[in-house]
Design a protein around this ligand. Sequence first.
Ligand code: HEC
Ligand code: HEC
Length: 358
Amino acid sequence: MKKSYIVILSAALFGWASCHRTPDTPTPTTPTVETLEVPQPSYFPAMVYDLKSNPLTTDGFQLGRSLFYDGILSRNGTIACGTCHQQAAAFTHHGHDLSHGIDDKIGMRNAPAIQNMAWEKDFLWDGGVHQLDLFPMAPIENPVEMDEKLSNVLQKLRDSKNPNYPELFKKAFGTTEINTERFTKALSQFMLFLVSNNSRYDLYLKGSTNAITATEKEGLAVFKQKCATCHASELFTDHSFRNNGLDMARSTDQGRFRITQNPDDLYKFKVPSLRNVSYTSPYMHDGRFTTLEQVLDHYAKNAKQSATLDPILQQATPAGIPLTDDEKLKIIAFLKTLSDDSFVKDWRFSDPGFGKSF
Ligand code: HEC
Ligand code: HEC
C-alpha cells in the first residue's frame, strides 16, 4: 500500500504519466531508478526496437533530452539535434526545404519527423541506417550538419561542468563513465519516448466516433482507397521504398540506389508516416512542396513516368492517382485529423534550456 502511494506521488510530482518504480531491480548507485514505458497503442503494429537492450528510465531519458538539445555535439557548439528537429514542427526543420547545419551549410535532404521511432526499421530517406542506436554518428560526423568527431564529443562531455554530464551519466547508467554506447543509448531513450498517438484520429480509433467529422470520415474512406497501400497501417507507412513520381530532373538525389546500387531502386525513397503532417511542411525528401494541396496536385496530375515509377501509379493514364477536387479537399481534411497537439506541446520533450544551441 505504502509503496504504491510513493509511486503515485512521485509520478504526480514529476509529471510522468507512464513511469513506475521497479523496487525489485535496484542498481548499486541508483536504488530509486524509475523506469519509463514506451506506450504501445493496440492499433499500432508490433514494435521493432528491442527495448530490453536499452530499458528506458527517467534519468536516461533526461540525459538523452539534454544531449538532443545541446550544441556541444557539433564542432563549434552552434548546432544541436534540436536545431533541425524542432518540437513545434513535430521534430522537423520548420520552414526549410533542405535542412541547414553548421556554418549555415545546406544539407542534402529535408529533415523528417522524429516520432514513433520504436516502430521504424530503416532510418533516413534511403534507409541507410538500420539501428536507432547507430544513428547519431551520421549527423555528428556529417560535414554539413554537425561536422564533429564522435570521440571529441565524448571528451567534451567528460569535461563539461554545466550541465555536469559525468553526473548525468552516473544517474542514468550507474557510473560517470562516458562512452559511445551510453551516449547513443541515452539519445535513443529520448527519441523512443517521442510517441505520437493522441490526435483526433486516435480518439476516433479508440472509440470516440464523433472525434472526427463526417467530411473527415469521407476523406478517410478516399484515403484508404487511394493512398493506404503505401501509407499503410495506423502509422501511415508500410516502411518500403518507392518512387512516387516526383520529377527528378531538378535533383541529383538517387534515393535508395545510393545504398543498394541496384538500378531498380533508382529514385525510391522511404514512404514517410503522415502523422502530424500538418506540422511538417515542407514535404518530400527535398521539401519541394510547401502545402498539402501541392502534394495532392502532384499525385493527381504531375506524376512523372519513369522506369522505377511505382506500379500503383502506373495503373492510370496519365500516370498518377486520379482525384477530383472534392476528393482532394476531403483527403486534406482527413490528414489534418492526424495533428497531435499534445505531442508538439508536451513539455517533457522540450528543450531543457541549458544546451548551447539557441
Ligand atoms: C543539420 C540538420 C540536422 C541535424 C543537426 C540533425 N539532423 Fe537528424 N536529420 C536531418 C535530415 C536532413 C535527415 C534526413 C537525412 C537523409 O535522409 O539522408 C535526418 C534524419 C534523422 C533521423 C531519421 C528519421 C527517419 O524517420 O528516418 C533521425 C532518427 C535523426 N535525424 C536524429 C537526429 C539526431 C539524434 C541528431 C543529433 C545527434 C540529428 N538528427 C541531427 C537533419 C538533421
Ligand atoms: C506508391 C506509393 C504511394 C502512394 C500510393 C501514395 N504515396 Fe504519398 N508518398 C510516397 C512516398 C515514397 C513518399 C516520399 C517520396 C519522396 O520524398 O521522394 C510520399 C510522400 C507523401 C507526402 C509527404 C510527406 C512528408 O513528410 O514529406 C504526403 C503528404 C503524401 N505522400 C500523401 C499521400 C496521399 C494523400 C496519397 C493518396 C492520394 C499518397 N500519398 C499516395 C508513396 C506513396
